[in-house]
Write a protein that binds this ligand. Structure first.
Ligand SMILES: [Zn+2]
Ligand SMILES: [Zn+2]
Length: 393
């Protein structure tokens, strides 16, 4: 299903994701010892929720196979904070039977994250800092970070995105995912519809500032998104086929991040604003909403702004570029009438603040910069709020 390496006509000439194996199947959990057979001291990390649905079973299997070093279980719903990264780092060392003042901690030979959000981001950072390979047993189709190369962490109360390495093994048990809370399934859809905007932003950046662009990667992401949008209609049924389509889309999108070497193909205007709303919650000491839910709302906002720009611009080339995406945007709007992704930022001031601050969330040229340079950003933010709130009442 997934090619992990392919030649390309773009300037990179070849794309590779250093992933050793991707396993998406029913009862994939049972295959973990076989997939990870080259490791002997596996450090398993989960949180209370993911331990209950998959971690405990994986632990049992690894112990039986003589491959488990030890496990560490974080409290339920732990955030990817510096504190939690520190806790996992502390727990990573293997306890020696006899303390030796001259010796450094003995380390495991592999970090295995069981979970789909924070646990992954924490383990990605810990394994990277320790120079260990790591893998993921995914428990929900809630985001496209399975094959991500970055870890967004909350450090000193601020959200900072760190470059890391990619998971060497991605193991997704469809039965476990099918039983995930519905909110997490919706979050996965929210993170995927974002890609239509992300690719259009990427094209805009190629045009405006000559940024590198790969047609093949963009096409793969659009294809993955189509798959997810189509499967979203049946998400409530939780059929294995629907969950598989969603997961495959999320993984492919994540792999494209690895192929291009940046999150550009998967994250544009909508992620910059969605993540800013997350940051605003963090700054106020509140628990942020699910990543995919914020980015889903950000997607509707971005679509509304792109459509207005399409109506108002005198630039024929830009108009044609946006026009190509209008049918894709319609796909999402139609889907939303049935699926009802929730909107969590419903206060106009807060919404606009997220848009304005989102422009500088990271160094990335998007629609936000295009509008800002023309003095249009705040006005567009306000009109998009009015439009999407009416449409989604
Ligand atoms: Zn390419
Ligand atoms: Zn995302």
């Amino acid at each position: 299903m997934f090619s992990l390496s392919f030649p390309c006509s773009c300037e990179q000439k070849h794309h590779t994701a250093p992933v050793k194996a991707v396993e998406v199947s029913e009862h994939a959990v049972e295959k973990v010892p076989e997939i990870l057979k080259e490791y002997h001291r596996i450090f398993l990390v989960a949180d209370e929720n993911t331990y209950a649905v998959a971690g405990k079973r994986v632990e049992e299997l690894l112990r039986k196979a003589g491959m488990l070093s030890h496990s560490f279980v974080l409290p339920a719903d732990s955030l990817p904070t510096d504190t939690n990264v520190g806790r996992v780092l502390i727990e990573a060392g293997i306890n020696r039977e006899k303390f030796d003042i001259n010796a450094f901690s003995q380390l495991p030979d592999y970090v295995l994250a069981v979970g789909s959000g924070s646990v992954n981001d924490i383990c990605r950072m810990v394994s990277y800092r320790l120079g260990l390979e790591y893998g993921i047993v995914g428990t929900a189709p809630s985001m496209d970070g399975y094959a991500s190369v970055v870890a967004p962490l909350i450090v000193g109360g601020k959200k900072i995105v760190y470059d890391c390495t990619i998971a060497r093994h991605i193991i997704i048990d469809l039965n476990v995912c099918a039983a995930a809370p519905y909110e997490l399934l919706l979050a996965g859809v929210g993170d995927m519809i974002a890609k239509y905007v992300a690719i259009l932003d990427w094209r805009l950046a190629r045009r405006e500032i000559g940024e590198y662009y790969c047609e093949n990667i963009a096409d793969k992401v659009l294809e993955a998104t189509r798959l997810c949008v189509a499967s979203a209609y049946n998400l409530k049924d939780r059929s294995i086929e629907t969950i598989r389509d969603t997961i495959n889309g999320l993984i492919l999108s994540g792999l494209c991040i690895a192929f291009s070497g940046s999150s550009r193909p998967a994250s544009g205007t909508e992620h910059m604003v969605g993540q800013t709303w997350e940051v605003m919650d963090i700054e106020e000491g509140k628990k942020p909403n699910l990543h995919g839910i914020e980015c889903g709302e950000g997607t509707f906002m971005a679509i509304s702004m792109f459509k207005r720009l399409y109506r108002e611009t005198q630039d024929a080339e830009l108009k044609a570029m946006i026009e190509e995406f209008l049918p894709l945007f319609d796909e999402i709007t139609e889907m939303q009438k049935v699926v009802h992704l929730p909107f969590t930022v419903t206060d106009k001031q807060r919404f606009i603040e997220g848009v304005v601050r989102g422009r500088t969330f990271r160094v990335r040229y998007t629609l936000l910069q295009y509008l800002y340079d023309r003095g249009l950003l705040e006005d567009y933010a306000a009109s998009s709020f009015d439009e999407i709130m009416v449409e989604n009442q």
